[in-house]
Design a protein around this ligand. Structure first.
Ligand code: FAD
Length: 490
């Protein structure tokens, strides 16, 4: 990373001032005294308890109440709804067509098609749901462009479109020439690309808080600032959850339990070897709608990612800000979500560098905010849903930084699992345990740190127009050789 591209303002960016991402502060400011989600204050019972008040938990709650209006559904959230990744993300609402190669190799053509089509349905269902419920989450369809920024990555944007065509979905992905990419957004770094039609953008926290509002209106009991501390016997007719809130320790007895704790699941025993908690960071520019239109020609609402494993991801918000994120944050030891997930100045500067590097004509534009959050990385970069032995505790996690759209599908799956209903969504190939376990700690943490440094070094070298040295290419290929779909493709 060439730090000379960073302005004094960029170097002064401090993520983590206070806990909240700016998206969430904006959404909360418009709620004006919203209530109805008091911490748990007594032992209680419910039919379905959902742990985690992000998209996954809230979509599950909404699905359950839609399908079974008399069911008692209770959501417990350690922070406030949207306090986790759902109020902090990059706002991309994506289908899985861009993962089609991985899907086919894991699940075969039929499983891949079914999963990709279900994920695409969710993208459009989220927009329709917002319209029906008066949730102004700034939902905008415009597709998602994956763009190569260096000759070394050109081949990473080739092949998906042909595969989607073979599976009978000719319009799902399109290969774009450099000129066609430029017609979407002008950057001197952009080369060829691949456009996925089924993709949109949202204001993340407005969506999360909108889900909360509608869930409350539907009679879902929500207890914010209420943390799960342990899960009791899971085999009997009721599962006892031990919970802590600012007013004490309580028990919630539930017929069914849904665990929707995203990266926090990595610290819980049944899931420790199934995911890795990892950080990602974003910066946001001041509003520059005219310059985005005039200098970049970026008016289509298309979100953009590059082809790096330590991905850059960017979209234009309704006010004409550019939200610019950078993956390649840091792993958490033993699944602990500590300050490196919110206060990592170097990670925020990587995102700022990406912005400066992509858009040299915007060198004078101020980056006003920086923030980070946790991502639940699964061994094959796809989420998993399922049920623990005993049959009453269901789980969903592993979106790997791509959960805004898929969590809607997750809600459908988890609601069906909690209702013990066998249906097409519960037969999708993502409803099964991960096929490859993560190494145990501390090997996992140490390995992830080494791989992260190597991956960033390799991709920075490639982005600077050089071929990475042989030993570095070999090192970064290790995860894929071991069967994980993590790190750079060849
Ligand atoms: C910086 C960043 C950028 C991202 N960008 C994108 C993007 O552009 N597009 C995309 O598709 N995805 C993106 N993601 C990922 C996406 O945000 C997530 O996949 C999605 O929000 C997952 O929703 P969730 O409900 O599963 O998790 P969360 O929203 O994290 O919800 C989990 C909740 O569980 C709560 N919790 C944890 N432990 C406990 C406990 N013991 N008791 C009670 N509650 C608990 C947490 O407080 C949290 O609110 C990004 C993530 C980050 C961090």
């Amino acid at each position: 990373m060439d730090r000379s591209l960073l302005s004094a303002g960029d170097l002064a960016l401090r993520p983590g001032r206070g806990l909240r991402a700016p998206w969430l502060l904006e959404a909360l400011a418009e709620e004006a005294g919203s209530s109805g989600a008091a911490p748990l204050a007594a032992d209680t019972e419910t039919d379905v308890a959902i742990v985690g008040g992000g998209y996954t938990g809230l979509w599950t709650a909404l699905q359950l109440t839609e399908r079974s209006p008399d069911l008692r559904v209770t959501v417990v959230e350690a922070d406030i709804c949207g306090g986790g990744a759902s109020g902090r993300n990059g706002g991309f609402v994506n289908a899985w067509w861009d993962e089609i190669g991985t899907l086919v190799s894991l699940f075969g053509p039929d499983g891949a098609r079914a999963a990709a089509e279900a994920s695409a349905e969710s993208v459009h269902a989220i927009g329709a749901w917002c319209a029906t419920h008066g949730v102004d989450a700034h939902f905008r369809t415009g597709g998602m462009l994956t763009v190569s920024t260096t000759p070394q990555h050109d081949r990473r944007v080739v092949g998906g479109a042909a595969l989607a065509r073979e599976l009978g979905s000719p319009g799902a992905l399109d290969e774009l020439t450099p000129d066609e990419v430029t017609a979407i957004c002008r950057s001197p770094r952009f080369r060829a690309g691949e456009l996925m039609a089924d993709a949109a953008t949202v204001h993340p926290a407005r969506l999360a808080r909108g889900l909360r509002r509608v869930a409350l209106e539907r009679g879902v009991m929500i207890h914010e600032r209420t943390r799960l501390t342990s899960i009791g016997e899971t085999g009997g007719p009721r599962v006892a959850l031990a919970l802590e809130s600012p007013v004490g320790s309580f028990r919630l007895r539930a017929g069914q339990v849904v665990l929707a704790m995203n990266a926090w699941m990595a610290a819980w025993r049944p899931f420790r070897r199934s995911l890795l908690a990892w950080s990602s960071y974003l910066v946001r520019s001041e509003p520059i709608p005219d310059r985005v239109a005039d200098e970049l020609g970026w008016t289509s609402g298309t979100s953009i990612v590059d082809a790096r494993a330590s991905v850059h991801y960017l979209h234009v918000t309704r006010e004409g800000r550019i939200a610019f994120g950078a993956g390649g944050g840091r792993p958490g030891l033993g699944g602990r979500i500590g300050p490196s997930f919110t206060d990592d100045v170097a990670a925020a500067q990587r995102a700022a560098f990406g912005f400066r590097w992509f858009f040299p004509t915007l060198a004078d534009v101020r980056l006003t905010d920086a923030w980070g959050g946790p991502i639940d990385v699964s061994p094959d970069h796809l989420p998993r849903f399922g049920t623990l032995p005993g049959g009453r505790v269901h789980y969903g996690f592993g979106y790997s930084g791509n959960g805004v759209g898929p969590s809607h599908l997750g809600g459908r799956i988890l609601a069906a699992l909690a209702l013990e209903s066998d249906e097409p969504v519960t037969r999708l190939p993502i409803v099964r345990p991960v096929s490859r376990r993560m190494p145990p700690e501390p090997l996992r943490y140490v390995g992830a740190r080494i791989m992260r440094e190597a991956m960033i070094r390799r991709e920075d070298t490639e982005e600077a127009g050089h071929r990475a040295p042989w030993w570095l290419r070999q090192l970064t290929a290790v995860p894929r050789r071991l069967g994980y779909r993590l790190g750079p493709e060849a």
